[in-house]
Design a binder for this molecule. Structure first.
Ligand SMILES: [Zn+2]
Length: 209
């Protein structure tokens, strides 16, 4: 995985250089209007920075019923339409220890309930990460490269996931959401200041428009 590729929840585009959000935006191919309309509709369901649900610790899943499976389907549809690689239930305003991810367009969707990191490698790497709840910015986040995660699938069966690289990063990012932790909490003070400045600037431009 190239060191400056954008990861986290934003699915990278083929020519994505990742180190400069404006460069990315300028170079990204325009989305098909229908795909773009679906993306905008999906992101409207995602709770954004400032919403208290994103700062709270989620509740354990204890019922593995049809309602949970419907929740997994809904999360998968919104993640895919939002062109994301992962989504956690609190991002939809649901305080449940549940996440879904898909690390590539052809990869299967994996749903994890009550996930916990059982082991993480000492080896870590710093990569640029984005979040569907904080659109428009990416920040450097250091995370272990390898993790072993114990969880349950949507049927309640125990599931052990040994992940590396992007998959390990996405799982850790989503587990952070279940604990009320955002990428801005995981980055350096300078990076956080820069990101908040960019967010304020984007807001100002929206208001002026
Ligand atoms: Zn996120």
């Amino acid at each position: 995985m190239p060191a400056n590729r954008s990861t986290g929840e934003k699915r990278e585009r083929p020519d994505d250089r990742g180190h400069d959000e404006r460069v990315q935006a300028d170079e990204a191919p325009a989305l098909d209007p229908e795909v773009e309309a679906r993306r905008i509709a999906a992101t409207s369901f995602i709770h954004k920075l400032g919403d208290p649900v994103l700062k709270s610790s989620a509740t354990a899943v204890d019922r593995f019923d049809d309602s949970l499976r419907r929740q997994v389907s809904r999360m998968t549809a919104i993640m895919d339409d939002a062109i994301g690689v992962g989504l956690a239930a609190p991002q939809l305003g649901v305080s449940q220890r549940l996440l879904v991810y898909r690390v590539g367009p052809d990869a299967p969707v994996i749903a994890l309930a009550n996930p916990r990191v059982e082991w993480a490698s000492d080896e870590s790497e710093i990569l640029d990460e984005g979040c569907l709840s904080i659109p428009g910015i990416t920040v450097d986040v250091e995370r272990p490269v390898y993790v072993r995660v114990r969880a349950q699938d949507e049927g309640g069966e125990e599931r052990l996931v040994e992940a590396s690289g992007l998959e390990a990063r996405v799982i850790q990012h989503e587990i952070d959401h279940l604990n009320g932790i955002l990428i801005l909490d995981r980055t350096s003070r300078d990076e956080r200041k820069r990101a908040l400045r960019e967010l304020r600037e984007a807001e100002r431009q929206r208001e002026a428009a």
